[in-house]
Design a protein around this ligand. Structure first.
Ligand code: S3P
Length: 423
């Protein structure tokens, strides 16, 4: 697999970058469009392999994505696929699609790559079954998933114990096909994109700060605009933050509160952060973010903040290494079941670069010295580790070699080229 060697450019950063379309919202826009019967339009779809997995999966159900146009026969008339549906590396594709299918007449088998095949899917079984949906996992609770063929889902109320937007969204999309209303509750901190879009479609309402009621019925064709991905922009925010005086502007990114934990962390560490809401898509705020680097000090990250910075925790370790003091992350056991065991792979990355980090069951403690040597990083086939290592490289003393570097295309094809063009 191809490796990349990245060196510190040695000059100060000042850049404005429009990051690619948001991955979470791209999956949702595609599924909302695919459920509806007729032509929907999506602008700004994310270009990553994960979003492509959803597009290819939908093709097997007879939903055609042609540029910005999505033509669907409607969920009731989806074609029954003859082959297993390959969700690639994408848990969002698999979990949301499993939800949609579980209460539909269409039977399908969902499979994934070696990383996705090891991820926990049993967390979907109870909520979807309570609703009246059909879903089966392997005996280990992992893919392949056998879903669909259910008729007569009644709806139900469930409470889940992880703040997982994927599980919530799977349930909520499944609940659209039930005969009566359903409700789901979970701990806070999750990204509430699906809930906001369901409200905009007239298909749901909040019952409390965390409990959401789904009103079953049709989704009609619509136009969706996908803003920039804050989880991609986060790499550039981190890059500005680790260089005193460095500055990055990322226009039109999603400013959903469930996505902004990392900005709060950077601010608490001493970076200057400005976020300006400029609009809304489906009731979900969008805006411009500017981060300016200042002297950084260590921070403690725990509780609800972890859920809203979940995908950015490897970056917290990188920024923590370039700060002064011990940065602690706890309550982050969910990271053990991401694209890699991200507590282990983050620690391995920091150590490979010459940094100090101690592992905890639910997090880590990274020693901030303001300095990393450089070295060779194995990505554990995880896009977020590859990209975090590239950011660490931009301030490291020596070169950083990233093995399996092209895995970054899971969320951001062209990431390294964008970095190079910023100087
Ligand atoms: C996502 C939710 C999060 C996040 C993932 C995308 C989504 O996962 O880590 O990258 O689009 O709903 P969980 O919901 O499993 O926490």
């Amino acid at each position: 697999m191809a490796e990349r060697i990245i060196t510190n450019p040695g000059t100060r950063l000042r850049a404005s970058v429009q990051v690619p379309g948001d991955k979470s919202l791209s999956h949702r826009a595609l599924l909302f469009a695919a459920i509806a019967e007729g032509d929907s339009y999506i602008s700004g779809l994310g270009p990553g392999d994960d979003v492509h997995s959803t597009i290819e999966a939908l093709d097997q159900f007879g939903v055609i994505v042609d540029g910005e146009k999505i033509r669907s026969p409607g969920i009731a008339h989806w074609r029954v696929p003859t082959e297993p549906i390959d969700c690639g590396n994408s848990a969002t594709a698999m979990r949301l699609l499993a939800g949609v299918l579980s209460t539909s007449p269409v039977k399908a088998t969902l499979v994934g790559d070696s990383s996705l095949s090891a991820r926990p899917m049993h967390r979907l079984v109870e909520p979807l079954t309570e609703l009246g949906g059909n879903i089966d996992t392997s005996p280990e609770g992992t893919p392949p998933l056998k879903v669909g063929g259910a008729t007569g889902a009644q709806g139900n109320s469930v409470t889940i114990d992880v703040a997982s937007a994927q599980v919530r969204s799977a349930f909520e999309l499944a609940a659209l096909n039930a005969s009566g209303p359903s409700m789901i509750d979970s701990p806070p901190g999750f990204r509430d994109h699906t809930e906001r879009w369901l409200i905009a479609a007239g298909r749901g309402e909040w019952a409390s700060a965390t409990a959401f009621t789904v009103l079953p019925g049709k989704i009609v064709p619509a136009r969706y605009e996908v803003p920039g991905d804050p989880s991609s922009a986060a790499y550039l925010w981190a890059l500005a933050a680790i260089q005193p005086g460095g500055e990055v502007l990322t226009p039109t990114v999603s400013l959903n509160a469930g996505r902004l934990g990392f900005l709060q962390i950077l601010e608490e560490m001493g970076a200057e952060v400005e976020a300006l809401v400029t609009g809304e898509v489906g009731g979900d705020p969008v805006g411009d973010v500017k981060v300016t680097g200042r002297t950084l000090s260590a921070v403690d990250v725990a509780g609800d903040l972890v859920a809203s910075a979940l995908d950015e925790i490897p970056l917290v370790a990188v920024v923590g290494a370039y700060a002064q003091g011990i940065t602690r992350v706890s309550d982050a056991a969910e990271l053990r079941v991401k694209e890699s065991d991200r507590i282990a792979s983050t620690a391995a990355m920091i150590r490979a670069l010459g940094g100090g980090i101690d592992l905890r069951r639910d997090g880590f403690e990274v020693v901030g010295t303001g300095f990393l040597e450089g070295g060779v990083v194995e990505t554990a086939h995880d896009h977020r580790i590859a990209m975090s290592a590239a950011i660490a490289a931009m301030r490291a003393d020596g070169p950083v070699t990233i093995r399996d570097a092209e895995i970054a295309s899971v969320s951001w094809p062209g990431f390294y080229e964008t970095l190079e063009a910023m100087w």
